[in-house]
Design a protein around this ligand. Sequence first.
Ligand code: PRP
Length: 205
Amino acid sequence: MKFVLPRGRLLDDAIELLRQAIPSLTIEENRELIHSNGDHEVLLAKPADVPTYVEEGADVGVTGRDMVREKSADVFIPLSLPFGVCRVSVARPEEETSSPEGMEGYRIATEYPAITREFFRSLGVPVEIIVVAGSTELAPRAGMADAIVDVVQTGNTLTANGLEEIETILESSALLLVNRISQKTKFDRVNELIYSIREVIKNGT
Ligand code: PRP
């Protein structure tokens, strides 16, 4: 089976979960992006790319619901996983008073252009979306944006940058993704894996 796991915040929990579900799986702690052992291959990718890898042929992946929604990935999602809990929210400088409804013409910086576009379109509020690749909180401070749509976990990064969360667009946590073809052609192995992961979660890891 070919797995693709997200580098960054979710990685340790994802590895731990898989190690418990598949005791024969080993992943060396080094900077290699592909780890092979016997039956299994593990790829380490950017969280935003995991849905694409699973769509394009990896059998199983782990990434956040936010990334799956942003990419509109056509993958099978059998399980929500108990880590990576966060939300995607609209935030704006503390001294501003506007709600999302009052943001007509605002420049919104985000790593999530699709989610942001869909949200403001659903409100009927036209905005300009400025796509950044991270450190989104910087954009209002640098005068490049009027507000942001970004991931919030503890809220510390917003506070430290004088921003206030005003509306949650999406609640997120890690998900298990399965390639739609693998789900059929490797039916037994995929089901066995889902069952094992469910057991690990049930036993509280
Ligand atoms: C994410 C997100 C926020 C921060 C939120 O950034 O973009 O900056 O975490 O976490 P908090 O609410 O606990 O402060 P990440 O560290 O993943 O890096 P990035 O900004 O490069 O995306």
